[in-house]
Design a protein around this ligand. Structure first.
Ligand SMILES: Cc1cc2nc3c(=O)[nH]c(=O)nc-3n(C[C@H](O)[C@H](O)[C@H](O)COP(=O)(O)OP(=O)(O)OC[C@H]3O[C@@H](n4cnc5c(N)ncnc54)[C@H](O)[C@@H]3O)c2cc1C
Length: 385
């Protein structure tokens, strides 16, 4: 059986892994000079390969219920066992994120995996771009010119639209649209949020980190660390809240700087201090918060323990928009589920499967993105047995 895979991201590499194990002839084409560029970028930022947790909890982090059926067939535990088999030991970080052990660098994970695939007989062709496809023929542009290949199974793992310099530039969308394949428009996800904060304030305090805060939006809460930037805020809780913020940008984001204290307790602490400044020190409030209060409150407001306590517990920040898609960690949008059967084959092109971020799903960072990529790659091929 001849399996052609296009794109050399983690979803395609997992599809190649399963296809070669199933005894298929596997050729993988990639338009860049090397494989897994975005995978390596993910490595720079922490490299959460997956996340700890029970199946039900795990799949609750995904936007689309179809993903549950995909992950069920190749779970976080399956991924860890598979990585261990490759010689990549993992550990669970304090937040539940699963990383390769410290001495194994992201580039080593990729190198080991690629070597394993080569040893099993997967053929890699770089500088090779998908140009077109029909029911059983694919057109690829290589350095040598245009090539046409027949296939028994074509797997497309061309990625989404963020970080286009890694090769995932979503140029394939126009090809799909021309073939009447429904693609939900891409939008930035796991992205920072532009906020209506005074520019002089942002300029002065960009880079400030607020640890152990609770960020809320429209009744949804997330604890963690956020960073003030020159445009607004970013960080894991903000990324988690992205889908909710996207639904209603008019609703403010609230930061609770002291989640372990009630408003009443904060008022008590402030009351027992000589003045508000001593109260700020006692509560160990971050300097940007203190500066904001000093600059933007009236004297009466600044001296009111009630107003300060309210701001400590629920400091409002108005979101304006998301950062551009180029900067986002991932995207929502992609090939619509209505185009796919349960094995991720295109209904109107039954010999063609779609894997990874090309499909319309969304999840927070922390290993959920890569797990879905690995699982879709697994599922696309598993039924070829
Ligand atoms: C900064 C950053 C940090 C991240 N951190 C994490 C993390 O810690 N944990 C996590 O789970 N996820 C993380 N991710 C997300 C993760 O990297 C992606 O979910 C994953 O790489 C997507 O895999 P994929 O196989 O779908 O596509 P991609 O990795 O995007 O690969 C697609 C490949 O297809 C190729 N291609 C595109 N078009 C064509 C064409 N026409 N012809 C031939 N080849 C083509 C591209 O060159 C590319 O190599 C991070 C992403 C970024 C940007």
């Amino acid at each position: 059986m001849k399996t052609i895979i296009i794109g050399a991201g983690p979803s395609s590499l997992m599809a190649a892994t399963q296809a070669i194990k199933n005894g298929c002839e596997v050729i993988l084409y990639e338009k860049m000079k090397t494989a897994g560029r975005k995978f390596l970028v993910a490595g720079d930022g922490g490299f959460n390969l997956t996340h700890d947790g029970s199946f039900d909890d795990f799949v609750s982090y995904y936007s689309h219920p179809q993903i549950a059926n995909i992950i069920r067939q190749f779970t976080n535990d399956d991924l860890i066992s598979w990585l261990n088999g490759l010689g990549i030991e993992t550990y669970v970080g304090s937040s539940g994120k699963i990383f390769p052990v410290k001495e194994i660098k992201p580039s080593m994970v990729l190198k080991t995996w690629l070597q394993y695939l080569k040893d099993l007989g997967v053929k890699f062709v770089y500088n090779a771009t998908l140009e077109d496809f029909s029911l059983d023929e694919v057109v690829i542009k290589t350095k040598a010119g245009i090539e046409k290949h027949q296939f028994d199974h074509l797997i497309l793992g061309l990625g989404a639209a963020s970080w286009p310099k890694t090769g995932s530039d979503a140029a394939w969308v126009s090809l799909f649209t021309a073939k009447n394949i429904n693609v939900v428009p891409f939008q930035a996800s796991n992205a920072g949020v532009n906020c209506a904060l005074p520019s002089e304030f942002l300029k002065e305090f960009q880079g400030a980190v607020f640890k152990n805060v609770v960020v809320s939006h429209d009744g949804i809460h997330r604890k963690g660390e956020i960073v003030l930037t020159n445009y607004g805020i970013e960080g894991a809780p903000i990324y988690y809240l992205n889908p909710f913020i996207r639904k209603n940008l008019l609703v403010p984001i609230y930061i609770d700087f002291k989640p372990n204290f009630s408003e009443k307790e904060i008022i008590e602490i402030l009351k027992n201090c000589k003045n508000t400044s001593e109260g700020f020190k006692k509560l160990k409030l971050p300097i940007p918060f203190v500066s904001w209060c000093k600059s933007f409150l009236t004297k009466e407001e600044f001296l009111s323990n009630g107003i300060i306590a309210k701001l400590v517990k629920s400091f409002p920040i108005q979101p304006i928009s998301f950062r551009p898609i180029d900067e986002a960690i991932s995207c929502c949008g992609g090939v619509s589920w209505v185009e796919l059967d349960e094995n991720l084959r295109l209904i109107n092109y039954p010999k063609i499967s779609i894997v990874g971020e090309m499909i319309d799903w969304d999840a927070p960072t922390g290993g959920y993105l890569l797990q879905a990529c690995f699982s879709t790659g697994f599922v696309a091929v598993n039924h070829d047995l």
